[in-house]
Write a protein that binds this ligand. Sequence first.
Ligand SMILES: [Zn+2]
Length: 366
Amino acid sequence: MKKCKLVIVIMVLLIIWGTWVNYQPHRQEEIIAGEGVTEVSQLSDYYPDLAGSNGDTKIYTLKGEDEGGTAVILGGSHANEIAGVIASINVVESGQVEAGRVMVIPHANASAITNRKPLQGDPWRITLDPEDPDSRHIRYGSRYTHPLDQWPTPEEYTHVSGELDFPGTEGRNLNRVHPGQSSGTLTEQISYALFALLEEEEVDMVFDLHEAGVDSNLPNHIITHPESIYLGSEVYLDMEFAGYSFHLEQSNMDFRGLSHREMGEKTEAYAILSETANPYQGNYFIDSSPEAIMSGEEPGYQRIIAERNVIPAKEDLAMNNRVAAQLMIINQSIKQLGSFYPEKEINFNFPEPEEVRDKGVVEFLN
Ligand SMILES: [Zn+2]
């Protein structure tokens, strides 16, 4: 009888533990809106069919007392490109806007946070202060919508324009399906809702914050639609003077589905995509300890950088520097918008990139 009770107790404990383990990848990220947030709404407000789905996500609006322009910040279009997610959370938790309006979506593809790349040893969360046992963690997801939210994955994905075919998995990649369609897949519906937001809110500038593997050619890039390239070049110069070494590129108009290409063409907004360097997106990382993730001292990629001696530099891999660079692009671009069009000026007080570099991202969270 005693043995029987013991077995039942062990089984109950296993069920509780299993439920907890299963819940972890699906729980919502806790974001603590700061004093600057004047409204929290949902993406489904712009396309009601998204309501209740795993593609719906929160929009944090920071509105100033005075009139001005509107900017939208998208973090987590790719949920593993974590510096963009953290930069947008920093704005939500400690930003202030005095004139104009900034709308922040830290998890543009909310389904992708619940997904993970298989067999690569990706971290499932980022420990922001590895020395603090009570440190805040930020979820680390995948590039793709969870396959269970968009099933099955076809052999091929044809872009809505009909002009380009991708491998089927790219149909779950938010930054390949723009401008989406209302009756399409979950990923296309998320995109459709984002375009509806840009139009309804008469958005003047949209940022899509990304990261790329160190062994690719993309880290430390600003990419804009050709119509935004003049503003982009001013931002590039501002960054160069401030000590951030970046490349500037314009959209390849034949490559459909990317945010800067499609948003730049179909909306009134200046469309800007940023890329910083994430060592955990490539295939050669060795150390995924919380310390290596935050410090950027990942031995596999530090070796590649030392051998190549090109951008990105080895300090560009540190999380605080990556988030600072993302904030620098946002800050300088919004300032340029105001100098181009005084009536669209957005007077804001966001975390200063230099301070984020020196004090760390944790200083700018609630
Ligand atoms: Zn990306």
